[in-house]
Every structure is written in structure tokens, then in C-alpha cells.
Ligand binder design. Sequence first.
Ligand code: BGC
Length: 726
Amino acid sequence: MQLRRHLRAWWQSHLVAFSLLLTLIAATPAQGGNQPWIDKSLSPDRRADLVLSQMTLDEKIQLVHGDGWGMLKDAPQPGSNGGAGFVRGIPRLGIPNIDMDDAAIGVRLSAANGRYSTALPSVLALAASWNTDAAQQYGALIGRELRAQGYNMGLGGGVNLARDPRGGRNFEYAGEDPFLAGNIVGYLVKGVQSQHVMSTVKHFALNDQETLRHTVNAVIDEKAMRESDLLAFQIAIRLAEPAAVMCAYNKVNGDYACGNEFLLNKVLKHDFGYKGFVMSDWGATHTIDKAAMAGLDQEQPEGKYFGEPLKAAVQSGAVPQARLDDMVHRILRSMFAAGVMDYPVKRSVVDPFLGRYEARRIAEQTFVLLKNTDHILPLKPDNGTVAVIGGHADVGVLGGSGSAIVDPPGGDPVPAPKGTPDWLRPVYYPSSPLQFIRNYDNKVRIDYADGRDIAAAARLAAGASTAIVFVTQHLAEGRDADNLSLPDNQDALVAAIAAANPHTIVVLENGGPVKMPWLDAVSAVVLAWYPGIGGGEAIADLLYGVVSPSGRLPVSFPLDEADLPRPALPGKGLKNGSPVDVPYTEGTRVGYKWFTAEDKPVLFSFGYGLTYTTFAYADLQADPAGGSVHVTVRNIGPKPGTDVAQVYADLPGLDSSRSRRLVAWSRVTLAPGESRTLTMPVDPQLLSRYDISAGAWRPVRGTIHFLAGPSSSFLPLEIETSWRGR
Ligand code: BGC
């Protein structure tokens, strides 16, 4: 009795100490044997399963949603790195926080965090390089800077097709062709993930306009979407195996993309065999069990549906435990596959010099020379006075805005219009074309006019030997361009300068296609897109011939809005939140496919771009057994240059022009007189059609026409073949 009383007293007095000890043991990361998933030789799936087997329900729920709007609405969540998203980790199991930030064109939110990020050329510009090596380098730079800033995940990899040239986010995407866009974005994301940083491919799917993006319903038949937008995703996902796919804001055929069983479970996870996780766009989750059962794995940026409500749904059986486990498994396997556990992020100083150097080298490959009468370009130094006009060319180059915004170092040299929300303000990067032009032509007088006073600018131009006019088109997330015209009376400015000076060169800094009513009156047009932090020097190098133009259009430049499948933007003028259907009746015929099929002339066609030399094409041959096509390209001009040889196919069974598609390209640099036979593999999927009844891609039967040349509208070589590919 006595002894028992003693024991009870001893136990009670030590209870607190024992429970403290137990809590401590639970909170201390188990080492080695307790954490078998640290074994790198195991597959990401096995490692994920091993962690999963030790997780509680609450821990699982914690991983399937973000921890709030944080920095996007006011201040970072405690413990977060200050990015656009944050998922709290589980230290007990050695699972790190997922610290993510937008990183389409460079890492976002650097100003607010007091960090530096390199502003790269826009993704559309990158697509104009038609260079997958440049895309991988672009991604690796982003991955490197994410890591240095303390992030283990970047939100980029936008691969929505430029179905509407007015699309507000076209600058973040890679153009209108699924094969080109899928490859460029695929290699970009591969580059990001090469730095042991997770990345996304987004916005899945058919988020092809910004107007009413939260309520718009894309209406399109299955075959058409499989062969267009979904094909771009499929190619990018196959190449990059992104950690996550971000589902979009809009509806597709009546169902929100983030709760869309067909898109998520059927197409993405089943048909594409995608093993990573599906994260919602920010605020794009609308339901609990419907979304979870449709294939959504993580709600962002908060846990409104996938926090406590999902836990209750699992407890009640409305969402099976197995489904929650699958969600968590996918997140963990992506973390292991990207290497975020094995190579934990350690902050360091971003190298702004290397970043600027690389951004400039990439920009050089993206510029498209659209017109060059009498070889006015490249300019010869010392050939008289030069008037530089407009576009804030005295301070820098323009960039796009929205979640893809990259803060310029040193603040904004051009104040934003009053009332513009911070993330939508136009940004200028301190890389002044005027300054770099002056570096070239330091023996001649170079004057600048900002162009606001058109008459004064025209007077300056009239007194100069050459006039260079910079014009800009600013695009931002959440709103589409009103139309295809340059804003702010810039067309009148160009027209006035061209009337005053017969040697007028236009440099465009644009997010997407624009109309050029002054085209006939000017001597040259250079498309610089949003060229990034090395843009000013790259533009000057191109104008003076140190760099040769080698970009080709990844989007068609229409003559007029009336020629588009939807001349007026659907939903324009309606109140926010209004539902609107957008019938994508053009189906697969996006961009050049539409203009070709409809016999509508364009201002500049997909694939087009001049160089400072001339290329000739010969000997187009098909090698079905080898699964490739060959063509010989010769530089018959006086200068070295880079060509982008393009091969298109007209598939049988349809009116040929309706089915034309890009199937191969090759970027090649040749010295004067040099020629090369290019061997280009043709992906069998591009010579197939999606067969709805079979639920699979089927190679086409019959005669295929291959056409080769320097652009979609100039294809001097054509062969007929009964292709029986590998
Ligand atoms: C955009 C996404 C972005 C997210 C987080 C959304 O508004 O559509 O592309 O990643 O915000 O900033």
C-alpha cells in the first residue's frame, strides 16, 4: 500500500518531465534509420511512400494547401521566405517548407525582400529565338537565382497558346504553335529544375484570354483541344517532368479547370502519365471533394477548401483516405525528384553581372528584323547625326507586368501612372538603348526627344541623317490589350518621324503582335520584345551589326482584328464576375493555321524574320525509316548569319492548307558561302491525329507533303511522301 502510494506520488511528480521529454523526442528530426527516405538510391516514389507511412492526418492535410496570401496581400507568413506561396514543412520528418515564388521571366518580389533578380527577355521573346539551348540556359538562370534567394520552387512555365494576339499574358507564353511552345517551355522548365528547384507548367488549360479570366468558359471540342493547347502542355510536360502543373482560373467546357475531372484525371494524369502534383492557381479552387476527386492535389495559396474542410471530408469518407494519400505522395515525390531534400536551399548572393551577361546573350538571339529597306541596317558608325526618339530609350527598356513582373534594380526610372497597382505598373530596366547607341557613335551627334511633343520630335528627326524611333506596348496579367494598335498615339509619332526623315528605323518593345500602319513609310523595323536587363546593349549591338538578327516570329502579326476568329474580345465590357462562353470554333487552327486556312493575308507571318545575309534552300528529303527530314541550307549572302530552317507538313485526308503544321526546325549559323545539310527528327505525334473513338493518337495514312523554307508563308521546297514513320 505504502509502496504503491510512493510510486503514484513519484509518477505524478515526474509526469510533466516525461511528457516534455516525449514531446522533445517527437519534435527532434529522426536520423538515419528512422528516416529511410534519406537514401538517395531509392526512387522518388519509394521515398515518398516511406515518408507517407509515418505521417498523421494533420500532417498530410498541412501539405495539400498553402499557408495564406502572405506577401501578396500584406506581410510574409512567419517562417516563409517572402515569396508568392508557402507550404509549411514537417521538421519531424525532415520535410522542408516549400517556399515558392513567381519566376516566369525572373524572380518576383525582389524589391519587397531587398534582393536582386535578373530580368530576362520575355518568354515570347525567348520563343522567337527558336533555340532550346537558350531556353534551358534561361531556366537554369532562374533556378539559380531562386535558390540564391532561398526558394525551392518557382512558378513559371506558362505554355498557354497565343490564341488571341491581344492576350494580356502572351509575353509570358511561348507563342501560337504547340510544337514550338511546348519545346521552348519544356527546356526552360528543365533548366529551372536542373538547379534542384521545383517548377511548374501552367495554366492548365485554355487560359487563353485575360478578360473575365475567373469566369470565362472555353468551349472547344476534345479533338481540337488535344491537338492544340493540350499538345503544347503534353510536349512541355514530357520534356521537363515539372514538379507541379498549375490548373487555370477559367472553365473548360463548363467545369472549372481546377475541378475538371476530364482535364486533370483523364488527360493529365491518365493519358499524359503525369506523376507530379496539380496545384491550383491562386484562388482557383472552388470545391472540396469535387476538386479533390477531379485530381487537384494542392490548393493555393490557402486552405479554404483543402484545409479543415478537406480533413472533415476525409474523416467522413466523402474523400477516401487513399485519395488524400495520393495527393501527398505526388507532392513528396516531386520534392524528392527535383532534389529539394537532397540539396537543401542555402541562401547566397545572386550574381547580377553573370545574370545581365546571360540575359543580354539570350536577348541577342530573340530580336526579329521585320523590314530592312536598302540594307539600312546595320548602321555604319560615323554616318551623320542620329535622332533617337521615344520609348523612354534614354533610361531603359520596357518589361511586362502581373505576377511575371521583375523589379528593376534601383527602382522605377519612369514613374507609373497614378493609381496603378504595384504589380501592374509598367517597369523599365536600366539598360538605356540611347546610352549604348552613343557608345557606338561617339563621333557623331546623337540627340534624344521623348516623343511626347510630336512636332518637336519630327523637327529633331528632320535635322538628322537617321532617326531611330522606339515604341512600346505594355501588357499585364489580368487584362488583355484593347486592340492591336500601339497605345498613346505612338502610331502618329512614327508616321510624323517617317515623314520628316527618309531613314527612319523603328524599334518595337512589345508584349505581343501590333499593327503597323506606318510600315510602308519607314526603312527598317526591329522587334525587340521585352528584352530584359541586357536589352539596351543588345539592341545597340544589333543596330550596329555586332550582333546579327536571328529571331523568327513565334506568333503571326495580323493585319487587322477583323481577321481574327473573334474580332471582338469575348466578355469585353462586361462586369467582373460575369459568366461568358468563348466558343473556340477555330479549333486546332490557332494563329498561322487559321490565317492559312482562311486565306487571310497577314502583316508578318509565323516563322518570319530577316537577317543581314541571305539563305538558299535545296534538297528537301524525307527519311521515313530514320524518322527525319533533311534539307540543305546555304548562306549565299555576304555576311555570316543564323537561319532557322522550318519544315511544315500538310497531312492527308483534309484540305491541305487546313492541316498545315510545323513539324521540325533547325537553327544554324553559317559563314558566307557555307552550306549545311540539316537532319531534323520528326516527332511521330506531329504526323498523327487524335482519334476520339480510339482515345489515342493515330498516325495519318496516305501522302504527306513536307514543305521547307524560312517562314510559314514562304516555303519554296515541297515533297510528297507516303510516310511510314518508325
Ligand atoms: C497567376 C499565376 C501566379 C499566381 C501567384 C496568379 O494570379 O495567374 O500565374 O503564379 O498568381 O502569384
